[in-house]
Every structure is written in C-alpha cells, then in structure tokens.
Write a protein that binds this ligand. Structure first.
Ligand code: GLN
Ligand code: ZN
Length: 764
C-alpha cells in the first residue's frame, strides 16, 4: 500500500484564530491559559480534519504561536542573555525573543529574523556561542504527540534537525572570532537524544526530522556532521523520516542515501527531475521514499495524472510499501481552505487547492497508486481530469499586446539616460535635500480607523466618495506630521493600501483575489497573496492621484511609492504554466508606465520596493545567474523610463547581499534603503568592500518591534555607519515601513531619528 502524508499544516486557524489569540494575549486581554486553549482548539481541528481526509501520516509538533525555529531555541535553552533574568515567564521570554519587549522596566529588542529559505516566511535566528548550554526545557514534539493522541489522532511528530538548526543559527555576541555554530553539534546531540528517546517511549512509530539544509550547495561540506548526527540518533529514535524540501539533493544524494534513516522525503514539485536518481540511490537500502508531489508552495490543483506517473515510477522501482505520497513541504505556505472563499467564480475555484484540499489530494493519489477501486477515488480522479483540462484550456488564452511588448524590450529601455554621478547633481538641485536627508520607507501606522474605513467600503456602508475623503484626510495628517517633526523627503503614508502587493494586484489585470487565503509571514503577521492567473497589464494609473494629492498639500518633495515587479511576483502565487521571468517582465512594463505617469504628475522621487528580490533567489547557486538577470532587468525596466532629475529609490528587507552584490549595484537605483539595524554593520561593510557608488539609507532602527530607539542609540548607529560609508551617500531612515506600528511609538522614534540626523549634520 502506498501511504499518504502531510509534512506540516498552517498554524493560523481557518479564521486566523491564532493571530487573534496571540495578539489578545500581548494586549493583556486574555491569559496564558486562554491562549493555550485557543491554540489547542486550532491544533485539534487540523489533526481531525487531516484524519477525516484519509491522510496516513499526520504532522504534530510543528504548530507554533510565533515561529517553529524559535520554538526549538526556547526548548533547547538557546535563549540569549538579554532575555534572561528579567522576571518574565517562559512564554513571555519566548515572545520577547520574537518581537522584543518594552514594558514594566524591561527593554529588549527582538532577535534577528530571516527569510525561511526562498519563502516569504520569516524565522527567528537562534544565537549560539561556545557558552551555550543546551538543555531540553520542554519537549514540544512529545507534548503535541500526546495532545493529538488524546484527541484521537496518531501523529508523526515533526522536529527541525540538529544540523539545520545549527546552520540556521548565528554566532552570538559572546562567541569568539571565527566561531561556527555547527561546531556545537556534539553538544546539541544529547538534547535530541532525550527528545527522541522520549518520543519513542511515548509510542511514536515515526518522527519527521526536517533537514532543509540538505538541498543547499553548502550541504556538500556537511557529510561528516550529517553522518555523525544520524548515526547517533537513529538507534534511539522512532523511525526517522528525513525530509528535504524546496530544491534538489544533487550531489549531496551520494551521502544522504547512506544515512541510517528509515525514510527520505524529496520535493518533486520544485525538483521532479531528481526522482530517477533518488530511486536508484535508495533502491539497495530499505529506505522508504516520500514523494512531495503536491505542492506546499502554490495553490494550484495537482495534476493527478502527472503525480501518479511519478508515483508509479517509485512503486515500480521500490514496491508500494516503500512509497509515500506527500506534500512537497509543510503546507504552512498555503492558505487553510478553499471552502472559505465565497467570491471566486466557479471557474476560478476549480483551478485551486489550498491546504485542506491538498490533504485530500495526497490521499487520493496514494489510493490510486494502491489500486483502490473505491468509487469516491475513481470519481475524484475523473473530476481532477476535467478540472485540469479546463485550466489548460484557459491557459491557451493570452493578451497579445502585453506579449508583444515583452518580446520587443530593448537594452536601452533598461538604462537611465545618464550615469549616477550626473544624476546625483541634477537631483540635488531639483530636490534640494539637506545633508543626511531623512525619509521613511513609505507606510505609516495602519490604524483601526483606516482598517474600519476600508472594511466599511467593502461592505458598502460608506460610498467611494466618503472613503476617498477619509483617505485624503489621512494623507494630509501624515504629511503635516512629517512636516512638523522635520522629515525631509515625505511620503503619503500608504493609508489606501491594504497590502503592498494586494493593492497593486487589485488594479492590474491578470490577478485573482481571495477573501480569506491568509498565510503566515512572521509571528502574528499574515499576508493574503493575490493569485496571478493570466497575462498582466495595467488598465490605468494606480497611485498617481494619491501621490499627487499628497504633493499638492506640501512644498516639501513627495516620494511616490510602488511595489517592484519581482516582489509582486514573489509575494503572489504565480502562474505555473509560464515562466516567472515572463510574469516579472509583464509586471515591470505595467510599473514602468506608472513611474512615467508619476513623474508627469510632478512627483520628483519614486521608490520601487523590492524587498523580495533576495528571497526569490534560487536555492542552488547554479540557478542564480539566470534569475538575477531577469530580476534585475525587471527592476530596471520599471524604473528607467524617467528623466535624470527623478530620484529613484528602492528598498529591501532582511537582505544578505554579500553574494549578490554586483546585482544590487546593477539595479542602479539612486537611493536604496536596507535593513541594517539588527545586522551589526556587517551589511555596510559589504557595501564598502565592493565600493557601492549610489546613495544608501541603512535602517537606523528596527520597526518590527514596538520598542522606541533612544536618540543616543540612533546617533551611535549613525556614527558607526559613517565610520564605514562616505557621508555624501548616507540617507537616514527606519529599516522598513511603519504600517504595523502604533502612532505613539512611531512619533517618538521618528522624532529621535530627526534629532539624530540634525546632530550628524552638525558633527560631520
Ligand atoms: N513601502 C512599503 C512600506 O513602507 C515597504 C514595505 C516592505 O518593504 N516590506 O510598508
Ligand atoms: Zn522592508
């Protein structure tokens, strides 16, 4: 029999119950017990619904109140000193590590967050040093295994593997020069031994150990560590399913297939080409092969016929008992259920499959491969065939105007008229900004009033005119505020935007929207990615009226604000039938028209945000060049249609740029703002090292936490920045948009920022 499996399930609840409970707990409105109860209800619902859908291997232990990597850090006692001894409960220490804490005399910033591989999910980076004393504070995998059991569901607990945990960690401040977190492996393994021994004793037959690092080039050098780890763990653990996802094993396969594990999971959504090799490699062993044929990353219905073909290959090679049909990765990256969507047309709904529907898919595919004659299975196969055929039919329609425009893109369209050095002078005259210009990344607090107005508009409780008036007032308030505190390059505050991608998607053709398809981005922040279903074009201007309104109420220069093509693509669910490159270029052309229209409307600086350009980078280096070529070209295409006097900005969040630096330079944005407040100037040294020539605004404080940075703190940061960067290139700004912040901390922080910039002007 071919079994079915789901590697992980969304942990937000079908109606965002977890967000609501977590935020209520933070606000002091509910107790820790209430929070635990709310979480327990969500977990129980997920487990039982997976069971009802006939999934054989149901995950537990991967649920999280904030982040699963942070769960491991808390469990393993990887708790940086700054969070200890503050009199906080373990739960509050946990949240303090995730989001910082500033209350009742405690003032600690959040830990660093990073993108989870090439996804838009962020994990909290563990910090370790030689002094780290690992111990098992609690065994979450065990607790949830028991919790599921009590709910009548036998699960396969999930843990993040020891090697991946350490490779994802960073050296803490206490660590000595050159310290490598992976050197702690032998110290960490005893903790895993206890964890796994206890799981086995509790009756867990299998354990899923995630080692996503195995799909990276860097894993080639980790053979010894992987061998040591799994030789130590496999004798005492339940049967180990070693899971890899998001890319291919490549040459790492040669040692992976020799590891003493009972099962191996591979991602056939991202890397179907690896199947033959993997089958051949595991054939002589007794390893069970878990085939990730149902995408954990997109929302398209699985083509059963194609999946069955892959599955059959494995069955032929290994026998049905050694094959599992699975989701390619955790379903964390997909929305909970299509059943919540009431506004999609029947045609559209028929194209998609969310987490719960994907659970049914794995069980149907597994049943088909097991030769099931069940009428429900036969019907599901037949239905799928019809749906897939209809979608294929739809995919043959295209927008010829856009296709032709993409085909006709010339190299000249990608370049500004003059080089940066000339533009800089022209812009200095035109914009007349002071030294160390202060600006923000675009959004201001999205208050309850703003969200309510948007909701009322949606429900028809206010007219479009009333809503527009409301937005205008908001814009004016934000403009006056910026004038009052003395910012130099203003923004309109983005009150009209529900989300930086959705807002654009809604105004472009080619997108479809959902009502409830939320996915977790970080902590209690969820996003609702639009879905690209066909060719993209811009029916008309998208932001011009708001930006020009904002400019009309002030004499200070106003910065127009757009989301870049690569980011719109990466934060949407893309089409699966055409390349990402084509989708990106179509978006770029639409944005190019918008940028040109903004300049015509009198806007003199335009920021095109590309926070996702780094995360979209393929996981395997051999795929980088091709991606960077079209990604950077897309950005240039969208921004280069203007005159020299227009100052282009771009913004990136959480970016490691060391390895893609030439591409950042090739973007040729006049100013870029980057996240730098948490990365200890490492990032800036990279810019210096490569002699970055354009202007740069390294974020001077972290906006992902409500904590207010003191003026001295910002001054110190500016000082260390100026030790590295030439003062003629420096802009002063926060490290990201302020939409998730409250007004109180925003005002306090920005006042300190402006004062610090004034200090810098006098000092340098
Ligand atoms: N302009 C956007 C904002 O300020 C940028 C957000 C982002 O980079 N994530 O919200
Ligand atoms: Zn950002």
């Amino acid at each position: 029999m071919v079994a079915s499996s789901v590697l992980g399930f969304p942990r937000i609840g079908a109606n965002r119950e977890v967000k609501k409970a977590v935020e209520a707990y933070w606000a002091g409105k509910i107790s820790a017990e209430d929070l635990t109860k709310a979480a327990a209800d969500v977990k129980k619902t997920s487990w039982t619904s997976l069971k009802e859908r006939g999934v054989d291997f149901i995950p537990s232990g991967e649920f999280s109140l904030y982040d699963h990597v942070l769960d491991h850090s808390a469990a393993f006692n990887v708790i940086p000193k700054r969070y200890q001894g503050q009199g906080l409960s373990p739960l509050d220490v946990y949240f303090a590590m995730g989001r910082g804490r500033q209350a009742d005399g405690v003032d600690v910033p959040a830990s660093e967050m990073k993108k989870w591989f090439d996804s838009n999910y962020h994990f909290v980076v563990p910090e370790v040093s030689e002094e780290t004393e690992f111990k098992l504070n609690f065994n979450k995998a065990l607790e949830e295994f028991k919790e599921a059991k009590a709910a009548g569901v036998t699960t396969r607990p999930v843990v993040l593997g020891p090697v991946s945990f350490l490779i994802l960690s960073k050296a803490s401040k206490e660590a000595s020069e050159g310290f490598q977190p992976i050197s702690l492996l032998s110290k960490l393994l005893p903790v895993y031994k206890t964890l796994l021994t206890d799981l086995k004793a509790a009756g867990a037959e299998w354990v899923q150990i995630d080692e996503p690092i195995l799909v990276l080039d860097s894993a080639a050098a980790l053979e010894k560590q992987y061998t040591t780890a799994y030789e130590a763990l496999s004798p005492i653990a339940p049967k180990i399913l070693l899971t890899t996802y998001f890319s291919r094993l490549d040459s790492n396969l040669s040692y992976i297939a020799k590891l003493p594990v009972a099962g191996l999971h591979i991602d056939l959504d991202r890397a179907p080409g690896q199947l033959d090799e993997v089958i051949a490699a595991v054939k002589p062993t007794s390893i069970v092969l878990s085939l990730g044929v149902v995408s954990g990353r997109n929302i398209w219905k699985t083509d059963f016929a194609a999946a069955i073909k892959l599955g059959q290959k494995a069955v032929d090679g290994l026998g049905a008992d050694r094959v599992i049909i699975a989701t390619s990765s955790s379903l964390l990256h997909t929305p909970v259920t299509l059943a919540s969507e009431k506004k999609l047309t029947a045609e559209q709904k028929d194209w998609f499959s969310f987490a719960l529907e994907k659970a049914s898919e794995v069980s149907t595919i597994a049943a088909a491969l097991s030769g099931s004659q069940d009428a429900a299975v036969t019907a599901a196969l037949e239905e799928n065939k019809v749906s897939i055929a209809k979608r294929r039919e739809f995919e043959t329609t295209s927008d010829d105007t856009v296709r032709k425009r993409v085909a006709a893109i010339t190299p000249e369209q990608l370049e500004r008229k003059s080089p940066f050095a000339i533009r800089k002078e022209v812009q200095a005259k035109h914009l007349n900004l002071p030294k160390f210009p202060t600006t923000t990344i675009g959004s201001f607090p999205q208050t309850k009033e703003i969200r309510q107005a948007r909701a009322k508009l949606g429900k028809g409780e206010i007219t479009v005119e009333q809503y527009d008036e409301f937005i205008k007032k908001e814009i004016e308030t934000v403009v006056r505020f910026q004038e009052k505190i003395g910012l130099d390059l203003l923004v309109h505050g983005e009150p009209e935007r529900n989300d930086m991608v959705q807002y654009f998607g809604e105004q472009l053709s080619g997108f479809v929207f959902t009502q409830n398809a939320w996915v977790q981005s970080y902590g209690s922040r969820y996003v609702r990615p639009p879905i690209i279903v066909s060719d993209v074009s811009r029916p008309g201007p998208m932001t011009v009226r708001w930006s020009s309104y904002a400019q009309s109420v002030t004499k200070k220069p106003m910065k127009g604000m757009l989301t870049g093509p690569v980011t719109i693509l990466n934060w949407s669910f893309p089409r699966a039938d055409v390349s990402r490159e084509l989708q990106s270029k179509q978006l770029a052309l639409a944005l190019r028209d918008e940028v040109v229209d903004l300049e015509k409307a009198g806007i003199s600086a335009i920021q095109v945000d590309e926070p996702a350009i780094r995360e979209g980078l393929p996981l395997r280096r051999s795929d980088w060049d091709a991606y960077l070529k079209w990604a950077v070209d897309s950005f240039k295409l969208s921004t280069a249609g203007v005159t020299d006097q227009l100052q282009t900005h771009s913004h990136f969040c959480y970016s490691d740029f060391d390895d893609i630096f030439p591409s950042i330079q090739r973007l040729d944005a006049d100013v870029i703002s980057i996240e730098a407040s948490k990365s200890d100037m490492k990032l800036l040294n990279t810019f210096k090292h490569y002699g970055y020539s354009n202007q740069i605004g390294p974020g001077v404080y972290d906006i992902h936490s409500p904590r207010v940075p003191g003026q001295q703190e910002i001054q110190d940061r500016l000082k260390s920045m100026l030790d590295i960067l030439p003062d003629s290139l420096l802009f002063v700004n926060p490290d990201c948009g302020l939409k998730t912040r409250g007004w109180k901390e925003t005002e306090a922080s920005l006042v300190n920022l402006v004062t610090a910039a004034q200090w810098a002007r006098q000092t340098y």
